[in-house]
Design a protein around this ligand. Structure first.
Ligand code: SAH
Length: 243
């Protein structure tokens, strides 16, 4: 039997988990064993009397830096514990990382599931990033106070793609980014809200017209809001017609 998808999180605040991952879709799937969550305390790998995990930055400057030796010991303890997948992605949540994308999420959702290191303070000693080959991963161009919320975002995005977590298969295939487009606007009852009706096409019952309307809306929205995605979409469309 293959073991379920598992996220292992290394953090100074394991009590933050499962947190929001314990409710709704992800929480139900966690309770039913579709995926597993292991939050490990980095401090358990500290070796000195004060259980210190950080120290002042070499070269000076504000704040504290997570020690390479303590973090490496925490990573090794997590990896070499019995019953662990040997080859799994090792990530470090970091604003310097490559921005997390839906296609990377899709890759991470297949396979054994990642080991995720959460930074705190000013970040982590560069040498552990190199020595343990951590892939730095960002959730956006802004700075959080720690990697935990970023790790939760990543885990949540992966878990909803695991087989059996989302109700309908198509809810994942049609949503934002699935084809480099943002999602079209959604409507539901009531038929009129504060004088605003649902667009006629959507209530016409004509499936082809609905699909065309949605694609046009998605294209207009993407072009207006995300020139980066729009460029990628146009290129893909050009290449498709060449073939
Ligand atoms: N001094 C660092 C920021 C440290 S923030 C810098 O300027 O790059 C503390 C920790 O929060 C980081 O180590 C990282 O784990 C996490 N973090 C902050 N912003 C993040 C982001 N945008 N994406 C992913 N992790 C982030």
């Amino acid at each position: 039997m293959t073991s379920p998808w598992r996220a292992t999180v290394l953090t100074l605040f394991p009590e933050m988990f499962p947190g929001p991952l314990g409710v709704s879709l992800a929480g139900k799937a966690l309770a039913s064993g579709v995926w597993q969550l292991e939050a490990r305390d980095i401090r358990d790998s500290a070796t000195d009397r004060h259980r210190s995990v950080d120290d002042t930055p070499a070269g000076g400057g504000p704040g504290m830096v997570l020690r390479a030796d303590v973090l490496a010991a925490a990573i090794d303890a997590a990896e070499f514990a019995p019953d662990r997948p040997k080859e799994r992605p090792r990530l470090l949540m970091s604003p310097r990382g490559r921005p997390l994308t839906q296609s990377r999420v899709r890759q991470l959702a297949v396979g054994p599931g990642p080991l995720i290191v959460c930074g705190r303070f000013e970040g982590v000693d560069q040498r552990v990033i190199e020595a343990r080959q951590l892939e730095e991963m960002s959730v956006g161009d802004y700075v959080l106070s720690g990697g935990e919320i970023a790790a939760m975002a990543l885990i949540d995005a992966c878990v909803r793609l695991l087989p059996g977590v989302m109700g309908k298969a198509e809810s994942a295939s049609e949503e934002s980014f699935s084809d480099s487009l943002l999602e079209y606007p959604q409507y539901t009852r009531p038929q009129t809200f504060e004088g605003r009706p649902i667009p006629d096409t959507l209530t016409s019952g004509d499936h082809a017209k609905v699909a065309a309307w949605r694609r046009a809306e998605a294209e207009a929205l993407t072009q207006a809001r995300r020139p980066d995605l729009w460029g990628a979409y146009e290129n893909a469309a050009k290449n498709a017609t060449k073939e």
